[in-house]
Design a binder for this molecule. Structure first.
Ligand code: ADP
Length: 260
């Protein structure tokens, strides 16, 4: 469904993406892992042209885009197929939860207000927040705000949702609810790319795990192979480091991540 080939990006002469190749099949959840600074966010934002890449090719179904020569129409068509969930939610502070969800439908999709409201209600219900529809972001916990962010994206029914570290700004006790909502979307067959540090989640929910380091895809595999039988020294080292940190912080989570 989605093929990205040789995707590159420089910031001030420093190449932070050195030619990324990733394929995503319809209905798949791809978990993108890697150390901080490896280029995960740059890649995800590049894919949606929020921060455009320098070169590469993106094939999305019938649409083929040369990143270097993409027109505004190309970008608009591509974006219509994509939803984006940000680390810091990016909700409008002066709009209620339901207004935040409606916004993209009314402004972006030009839906009638009433139809948008119904769709927004349904989306909020799916993330368990219908009763918070009229709350402003400041009246929501971080976990609730992120679930509104996910509802906003899912309400548009995009072909793929890109999630950039959706739980990393949350207090630990709020993470599980948000992961559960994402798992629900996966169970419903939604195609997603998720940048995450949640190893147990990646193992349980992803169909494919991709490891990036220093602007390159170093290894990718099905979760069990990826976690139990890593091939490259860099991935082995990364997993060792993460597991050591998790054991120190939270033995249970680590156990779940590595034995389930
Ligand atoms: P990750 O998401 O894996 O932590 P990022 O994509 O955020 O990595 O960053 C990749 C590299 O690009 C890092 O070295 C980072 O410092 C650099 N970078 C990210 N955004 C910018 C920017 N706007 N200007 C300059 N350098 C940037």
């Amino acid at each position: 469904m989605l093929k990205i080939k040789n995707f590159k990006k420089k910031y001030h002469d420093r190449e932070v993406l050195k030619g990324i190749d990733i394929e995503v099949n319809k209905g798949d959840v791809v978990a993108l892992l890697g150390p901080s600074g490896s280029g995960k966010t740059t890649f995800l934002r590049g894919l949606a042209f929020l921060t455009p890449g320098d070169s590469g090719h993106i094939e999305f179904g019938e649409q083929k885009i040369d990143v270097q020569s993409a027109t505004p129409t190309d970008v608009k068509q591509l974006r219509q197929k994509m939803g984006f969930v940000f680390q810091n939610f990016n909700l409008f502070a002066n709009k209620t939860a339901i207004e935040n969800v409606e916004e993209g439908l009314v402004i972006g999709r030009k839906w009638q207000k009433e139809k948008a409201k119904n769709q927004a209600k349904e989306a909020l219900e799916k993330v368990g927040l219908l009763e918070f529809a009229n709350h402003y972001p400041s009246q929501l916990s971080g976990g609730q705000a992120q679930r509104v962010g996910i509802a906003r994206s899912a309400a548009l029914n995009p072909e793929i949702i890109l999630l950039d570290e959706p739980t990393s700004a949350l207090d630990p006790e709020l993470v599980a609810d948000v992961l559960q909502v994402i798992k629900q979307l996966a169970d419903d067959g939604k195609t997603m790319i998720v940048v995450t540090h949640e190893m147990a989640f990646a193992r349980e929910v992803a169909d494919k795990v991709v490891f990036m380091d220093k602007g390159l895809v170093v290894e990718q595999n099905k979760p069990v192979e990826f976690f139990d039988n890593p091939k490259s020294p860099r991935l082995k080292e990364f997993l060792n480091r993460i597991s050591a940190a998790n054991v120190a912080q939270n033995g249970f989570e680590y156990e779940k991540a590595t034995t389930s």
